[in-house]
Every structure is written in structure tokens, then in C-alpha cells.
Design a protein around this ligand. Structure first.
Ligand code: 13P
Length: 246
């Protein structure tokens, strides 16, 4: 039985004041016995703030990217050790915005997932096709390549503990959501690609998820929760998505 997971990806948004208000609202709505695991992945510079706000709370937190290097002369980078030091439980790797704007390829993304797991963090590994790739009928080929990089590096045990997020690039921040059937098709395919680990790995959907679209998505057998962008910045909307997953 896979427990539902809803993750907020704040992307490059927030301030000390707005983070405090948002986290306090979330604490008020997410109970400690929640049937849903909830995590927020915040800008690295705010991890310490969020860590102190979430002391003894049911909401976990994490980062949006990590270096493959342990330490040393890598200006601007942040290591898994640093994320662990601050109490992070999760880290997003391979978000399409990293793939697109920072030229991250599937091999690098898999290496990030591996270093995260070796440090005891849960990687949330993002995969997804562009609009062009979908329109040309290449969705599953693209997903297969992205997942193959992960399965070639991670052990079965690591794959079971990892989280995969299917985020069609054309649905991110556009207001377009994959239909539940479109998402289910890809989620099922991802699970097949994960082999014997597939039944245990949580596979989240991401891309313009809102409270009113979440319900139908979460009814699909292979959708275990959501990776939420814009709606995660609104406590009421994010809480409603969490409720839909319960
Ligand atoms: P939106 O929910 O804003 O479309 O973002 C999705 C996303 O990229 C989450 O990682």
C-alpha cells in the first residue's frame, strides 16, 4: 500500500514574511496524524527558516536541487550533507526547469538521485515530455529514456524508496492539466519501467494541479499524489489538494 504524498514546490518564490504566514497556515490545516504525507521544497536560502517553523510538525521539507559533489570548490552549489544538516527529508532532482535552463541531462539527474539516497534523503525525480514530443507521439519514448537513466544507477531498494514525479512540461504553469487518463497511462508506464520496484515506488503527478483537478487525478490507480507548483503558494488551495489525496 503506497501512502499518498503531496509535495509543494515553491520554486523561486517567497520571502521571510510570506513564508512564515504560509507555513503557519499549513500547520493549522495539516494534522499530525495526516493520512497523507506532506512536504514542501523551498528555496535553499529559506530551508533554515522553514526548519525552525516546522519543528515537531507533521510537514517535512526539502530542497529543489542538489549538487553531485560532496564538498569543495563548487561555487553556488549545495551538497546533500548540507541539506541533511538542516533536516531536509526530500530533494527534487531533474525538474524540467533545471533540465531546460541548466542543461541537466538524465544521467546527471540520476547521479543526483543516487547521492541524495546515499545521504538518506528521498529524491523526487522529475520526468516529463514537452508539448512537441507529445504531439509527435514520442511521450513514452522520452519517459523511457528518462526512467532508464534512473533504473541503470539506482538499486531496487533505492527505487522503492525514491519518488518519481511525472510532470508533462506543457502542463507546468500553463493551466493545462493532463487528463486523468493521459496521466494514468504514463504513470502505469513508469511503474512498468521500474520493474520489480514499481509496485512500491510512489509516482506523483505535477503540472497545474489545483484542488478541483486533483480529485479525478488521485482516483487513478497509479497516481500516488502530486508535486504542486503555483497552488502550493496558497495555503487554502494547497490544503484542499492535500485533503483530496486523503
Ligand atoms: P505548477 O503547479 O505551477 O504548474 O508547477 C508544477 C511544477 O512544476 C511542480 O514542480
Amino acid at each position: 500500500m503506497r501512502k499518498s504524498l503531496v509535495v509543494g514546490n515553491w520554486k523561486m518564490n517567497g520571502s521571510l514574511a510570506s513564508n512564515k504566514a504560509l507555513v503557519k497556515s499549513l500547520i493549522a490545516t495539516v494534522g499530525v496524524d495526516s493520512a497523507v504525507d506532506v512536504s514542501i521544497c523551498v528555496p535553499a536560502i529559506y530551508i533554515a527558516q522553514v526548519s525552525s517553523l516546522l519543528t515537531n510538525q507533521a510537514i517535512s521539507y526539502g530542497a529543489q536541487d542538489v549538487s553531485i559533489h560532496e564538498e569543495g570548490a563548487y561555487t553556488g552549489e549545495i551538497s546533500v550533507g548540507m541539506l541533511s544538516d538542516l533536516g531536509c527529508s526530500h530533494v527534487i532532482v531533474g525538474h524540467s526547469e533545471r533540465r531546460q535552463y541548466h542543461n541537466e541531462n538524465s544521467e546527471l539527474v540520476a547521479r543526483k538521485a543516487l547521492v541524495a539516497q546515499q545521504a538518506g534523503l528521498t529524491p523526487i525525480i522529475c520526468v516529463g515530455e514537452t508539448q512537441e514530443q507529445r504531439q509527435s507521439g514520442n511521450t513514452l519514448t522520452v519517459i523511457q529514456e528518462q526512467v532508464a537513466a534512473i533504473t541503470s544507477l539506482l538499486s531496487e531498494q533505492d527505487l522503492k524508496a525514491a519518488v518519481i514525479a511525472y510532470e508533462p512540461v506543457w502542463a507546468i504553469g500553463t493551466g493545462l492539466t493532463a487528463t486523468p487518463e493521459q496521466a494514468q497511462e504514463v504513470h502505469q508506464f513508469i511503474r512498468e519501467q521500474l520493474g520489480s520496484a514499481g509496485g512500491s515506488t510512489r509516482v506523483l503527478y505535477g503540472g497545474s494541479v489545483k484542488a478541483d483537478t486533483a480529485v479525478a487525478l488521485f482516483l487513478q490507480p497509479d497516481i500516488d499524489g502530486a508535486l504542486v507548483g503555483g497552488a502550493a503558494l496558497d495555503a487554502t488551495e494547497f490544503s484542499a489538494i492535500i485533503s483530496a489525496a486523503g
